[in-house]
Design a protein around this ligand. Structure first.
Ligand SMILES: Nc1ncnc2c1ncn2[C@@H]1O[C@H](COP(=O)(O)OP(=O)(O)OP(=O)(O)O)[C@@H](O)[C@H]1O
Ligand SMILES: [Mg+2]
Length: 323
């Protein structure tokens, strides 16, 4: 307790206080430094201290933070939907979760209801400018315990901005390591763009576990081979801790034989890794982002929300598998 307080001490300084500024209750939040005053909402670092309501979590807490990268270079397979809804499910289970949006499209930031208009501090500043994560983190307005590093369109220039820099593929890893020296979250979930460029590479280097969403459609496994090769390369050279721990079947349509066939094929390939929970194709899931919400906050009773909640529970309960 004392130790935690000591470690947080610098963050009680008004000069370093992060505040969530809102023009109206529904307006997107924006993290800025407040030089002059303490605000009631200015409690982000405290929130991220280790000793806040740890005992009340309904889901088991990992012994140490679990870091996931949600990757699949095939577009539109449900990476972002999975990243934000699994994150929401874990946070609703009482855990602290940080989502890092690594996609210049900023879809995860949209779905989590945080400001990511051009110029908003976010992933770009962390990767290219070396900004500390804590300086760019925003709180998801709907779900306590859920935090976001937003991605703006500026991130589209990051690949170019990083090309000439030293250790360009370890920027996120370094930022996370620094963050964990002072703050605590149970899960970090990194949402990747549909490519295997420098942004995804940064995520693969920073994470310990890979989660691959696979859409129950034609060509479902197309691209997974390429991804597996990239994972092998990263594991061999840049991040020995990385392993594929989780495969999640998305957009399952029980009325079609195709969905069932794809699901069976994936389970044959990834017997250990594939979650039992299957995410159905669901209108509520598709609608939720347009309200700046996860499906769990938008329509908790829907089949899609329940599936993601169950998937989050499965991930939390089975824990990190040994390499
Ligand atoms: N289970 C589902 N049921 C219905 N629609 C879904 C489901 N999962 C995702 N979608 C929709 O499918 C589209 C693609 O999903 P999503 O954006 O999560 O994929 P992605 O892999 O992140 O895409 P990208 O490669 O562009 O980043 C979105 O419009 C999303 O709302
Ligand atoms: Mg996406």
């Amino acid at each position: 307790m004392e130790e935690v307080r000591d470690r947080l001490a610098p963050f009680h300084s008004p000069a370093l206080k992060l505040v969530a500024v809102t023009d109206s209750p529904s307006a997107p939040r924006r993290a800025v430094f407040d030089e002059d005053e303490f605000s009631e909402r200015a409690d982000l670092p405290d929130d991220l201290s280790e000793d806040v309501s740890r005992e009340t979590a309904a889901l088991p807490r990992p012994a140490s933070p679990r870091t996931f990268v949600v990757a699949n270079q095939k577009g539109g397979v449900g990476k972002t939907t999975t990243a934000v809804n699994i994150a929401a499910g874990l946070a609703m289970g009482g855990l602290k979760v940080l989502v890092v949006d690594m996609d210049p499209q900023g879809n995860a930031s949209t779905a989590l209801g945080v400001d990511h208009s051009e110029g908003t501090p976010g992933t770009y500043d962390v990767l290219v400018e070396g900004a500390p994560l804590i300086d760019v983190i925003q709180r998801c307005p709907d779900i306590p315990g859920l935090y976001v590093v937003p991605a703006t369109i500026d991130l589209a220039g990051a690949e170019i901005g990083l090309v000439a820099t030293v250790s360009r593929e370890t920027k996120l890893q370094i930022a996370l390591r620094k963050f964990f020296k002072e703050f605590y979250v149970d899960y970090v979930i990194v949402d990747c763009p549909p490519s295997l460029g420098l942004l995804t590479l940064n995520a693969l280097v920073a994470a310990k576990e890979i989660m691959i969403p696979i859409q129950c459609e034609y060509y479902a496994l197309e691209g997974v081979t390429q991804l597996m090769k990239t994972i092998e390369l990263v594991t061999g050279r840049l991040n020995d801790d990385l392993r594929l721990s989780t495969v999640i079947l998305t957009m399952f349509d029980g009325r079609t034989n195709l969905s069932t066939q794809v699901a069976n094929e994936v389970r044959t390939h990834f017997a250990e890794e594939t979650l039992e929970t299957v995410v159905p194709r669901s209108v509520r899931i598709a609608e939720a982002p347009s309200y700046g919400q996860t499906v769990l906050s938008y329509h908790l009773a829907s089949a899609g929300a329940q599936a993601y909640r169950q998937a989050a529970e499965e991930i939390a309960r089975r824990g990190p598998t040994k390499k």
